[in-house]
Design a protein around this ligand. Structure first.
Ligand SMILES: O=P(O)(O)OC[C@H]1O[C@H](OP(=O)(O)OP(=O)(O)O)[C@H](O)[C@@H]1O
Ligand SMILES: O=C(O)c1cc(=O)[nH]c(=O)[nH]1
Length: 477
């Protein structure tokens, strides 16, 4: 089970948004363990914390640095601790790792050997450093975008008047991984900061930190951090509580308090206008995150472009770029897969060249053989029109990236039909609309699209990515 599902199962099972830090910090170890050898004292304390809290948490978060600081016995203690955590509870290793050369090996070690579910990472070394952790589909990362350290403010808030760096980190990191694989670590007790981040990242899981300082308003923090569905936020148990001999009673009470707070907010939908930024959250498209990422990686361009049909449009949609962004590519494949799973077929055919990587990805994801009709037949070699093996009479689903006039998919489908294959269903990522589906239907094809061009343009407009003039350019095509 992937991290996201495991976390949500546990939130539901324990009715808790709380996560507990499992930190063998000798300075915080309660007096009652002081007579023991230090490693034994820390181990007893950690076991006590797990036993007392396992029914009240959604996740555990061991901090790597505390274990490292104890040397070899510390690493042994980490392994014992990881093993002692009940297997249904997800583990977030707090490593804030950002050492480029070691990412690949550390990702493999923590995810495949240590059984860690998620890890915290620093963003400063960019996607290059995060990507090695995201090749494990069942695991996740939390990107540190903001801390409560006073000394960090001059960096985080820079430049004060425009988008401060911490919000830029949020925007940028959204391009690195899917909402299921990439969450945000947010250290603040300021609900305004949390609300600004939530407005930019409505779909991301937020791991709150540093909220338990004097004067914090729990209700405002929870209201600012929850997403539109009243979820998407996990909250730390205060460090002091973990030293208490009555830990289970105290954490149960805190859990109840947070749930009451959450339920009241969700019931009243009482997000407070005083600190909610002026961002419209109504009518958010379920694929908003993906649409914005496609725009941000340059798949949607403005300018005078000649189309395959010979017409000139004031824009061009270039979905070929997705292959260079594995996270985006993966989400695009999921969009297609949701439709393909409802259809019956023996093989998948991609339309060259743009859709060959997509068809390949889908063939691998759905464990289905692939073929493709060639664009041009070679004058050497086998001179085949269709590449790949197939048997006449089989049913083929055709996959292409975009329907503009529908000419390319129909030509491809005709080649497949000439070889004795049945083609009825055509699945594309974007339907340019303008009646092309009807045209395909008149030729006997059912067509399905993950997104329509108008859904994309409306979403980009609402999110402020394109202006009115650009919106009109799309509408008037
Ligand atoms: O509906 P249509 O009017 O046919 O336009 C859409 C087609 O155009 C593009 O391919 P293109 O011809 O640019 O070739 P490529 O994929 O090889 O780059 C795109 O990949 C579609 O297949
Ligand atoms: O050739 C076209 O018409 C065309 C292809 C494509 O990928 N995107 C687009 O906007 N037009």
């Amino acid at each position: 089970m992937n991290f996201f599902d495991k976390l949500h199962d546990n939130i539901a099972r324990n009715q808790s948004l709380l996560f507990v830090g499992l930190d063998p910090n000798p300075e915080m170890m309660p007096e009652r363990y002081a007579s023991l050898d230090i490693m034994e004292g820390l181990w007893n304390w950690l076991q006590f914390i797990i036993a007392e809290t396992a029914d009240y948490v959604c996740a555990y978060k061991p901090t790597f640095g505390f274990y490292e600081a104890l040397g070899i016995p510390g690493l042994e203690l980490l392994h014992k601790t990881l093993k002692a955590i009940p297997s249904h509870i997800p583990i977030i290793l707090d490593a804030k790792h950002s050492d480029l050369n070691t990412s690949t090996i550390l990702a493999r070690t923590v995810f495949t050997e240590w059984g860690v579910d998620a890890i915290t990472l620093s963003p400063y070394t960019g996607q290059d450093h995060v990507a090695p952790f995201l090749v494990y589909p069942d695991n996740a990362v939390f990107i540190l975008c903001c801390t409560s350290n006073p000394g960090a403010e001059s960096l985080q808030q820079y430049p004060v008047t425009e988008t401060p760096l911490y919000l830029q980190v949020v925007k940028e990191s959204k391009n690195w991984g899917t909402p299921e694989q990439l969450g945000l670590e947010v250290g603040t007790n300021n609900p305004e900061v949390l609300a600004l981040i939530r407005a930019i990242a409505p779909e991301r899981l937020i791991m709150a930190r540093s909220i338990w300082v004097e004067g914090s308003n729990l209700n405002q923090i929870v209201a600012a951090g929850l997403n539109d569905n009243g979820t998407g936020l996990i909250i730390p148990v205060p460090q002091d509580m973990l030293s208490s001999p009555q830990l289970s009673q105290e954490i149960a009470a805190l859990c109840t308090e947070i749930n009451e707070c959450k339920n009241n907010i969700n019931d009243e939908n009482s997000t407070c206008n005083v600190w909610l930024p002026d961002v419209s959250v109504s009518n958010i498209h379920p694929q908003q995150d993906l649409i914005l990422q496609l725009y941000d990686i340059g798949c949607i361009m403005f300018g005078s472009f000649v189309q395959a049909s010979g017409a000139t449009f004031p824009y061009y949609i270039d979905l070929r770029k997705i292959i260079s962004n594995p996270q985006v590519f993966n989400q695009v494949l999921s969009g297609y897969a949701t439709i393909l799973e409802t259809l019956n077929f023996d093989r998948i055919a991609g339309i060259p060249y743009g859709s060959l990587p997509t068809a390949t990805g889908l063939a691998l994801r759905l464990h289905c053989p692939m073929i493709f009709p060639r664009k041009e037949v070679k004058a050497h070699g086998t001179r085949k029109v269709i590449e790949g093996n197939y048997n006449p009479g089989e049913t083929v689903v055709v996959v292409d990236d975009i329907l503009i006039s529908g000419k390319s998919v129909m030509e491809g489908a005709e080649k497949l039909k000439s070889a004795g294959l049945n083609v009825q269903d055509i699945v594309v990522f974007i339907d340019h609309e303008q009646g092309v589906k009807n045209r395909l239907s008149q030729h006997g094809y059912n067509s399905y699209a993950v997104l329509t061009l108008s859904e994309i343009t409306e979403t980009l407009y609402q999110a402020g990515r394109i202006n009115e003039g650009q919106l009109l350019a799309f509408k008037e095509g």
